[in-house]
Design a protein around this ligand. Structure first.
Ligand code: 5RP
Length: 230
């Protein structure tokens, strides 16, 4: 039996192989955020010369990439990326994902949107039939927090303002915004729910990645890494 950390390491290594096999030397790679993405960054570090640069989805990933010596490019400097590699908090059988547990959802969506192929890397605990057990993160402009909370409650959600772990301080994103975590929504139509939440004034972005879903899933379980395409 593998531990969750071992499963994350296995998919990080598999993603490194996937990227090196499918990307021609000199390309630019999109890289996500979180503990699985961190393992991927570390696994890729010895091969960084394969890429002319990377685009990162958070300050935390940028710091880690730079420490390894990667050239980190501004997302405004690229018009497209062959691949984007990132973790997820949930993924359903269609490849729709829920992301943002680490608070980087907006930048993740921006970089993912630039990519031809989204490679999702996660352990088997993230696989679900219906998205919504994990609260949906919604990044908001602080002055709209109360209003957006009321809208989300009308949709049936139980809303809490994200705090820094183990403290009473409000969690502030890389975009100087706040995050509302919305529990209790049964997301039977993720594409529709993603759009509906985005329509609320003051919402910057939400953690449903349904319009831009995964193209490839590398998922670690008891039998090793399974590769699936959508
Ligand atoms: C960060 C994310 C992460 O990809 C997601 O939370 C999964 O994280 P981890 O690999 O640590 O389980 O969306 O905003």
């Amino acid at each position: 039996m593998f531990t969750q950390d071992q499963l994350k390491q296995m998919v990080a290594d598999a993603a490194k192989d996937e990227v090196l096999k499918n990307m021609a030397p000199g390309g630019i790679l999109g890289i996500g955020t979180g503990s699985t993405a961190n393992l991927f960054i570390d696994a890729l570090a010895p091969h960084q010369k394969h890429f002319s640069g990377v685009v990162s989805s958070s300050q935390a990933s940028t710091d880690r990439l730079k420490k390894h010596g990667f050239i980190v490019l501004d997302s405004n400097a690229v018009t497209g990326l062959p691949m984007y590699v990132d973790g997820a908090d949930e993924i359903n059988p269609a490849g729709h994902m829920l992301k943002g547990g680490g608070g980087a959802l907006t930048r993740e969506k921006i970089v993912a949107q630039l990519a031809h192929s989204f490679i999702c890397i996660c352990d088997a605990s993230k696989e679900v039939d219906v998205i919504g057990k994990f609260p949906i993160p919604v990044e908001v402009i602080p002055m709209a927090q109360a209003q957006v909370t009321r809208f989300l409650e009308e949709l049936g959600g139980k809303v809490s303002l994200r705090k820094v772990k183990g403290s009473d301080q409000v969690f502030v994103t890389d975009n100087q915004a706040w995050i509302l975590d919305v529990a209790g929504l049964n997301v039977v139509d993720p594409v529709r729910m993603e759009s509906e939440i985005n329509q609320i004034p003051g919402v910057i972005c939400n953690g449903l990645f349904a319009r831009r879903k995964a193209d490839v899933l590398l998922i670690g379980g008891a039998n090793g890494v399974r590769r699936q395409t959508y």
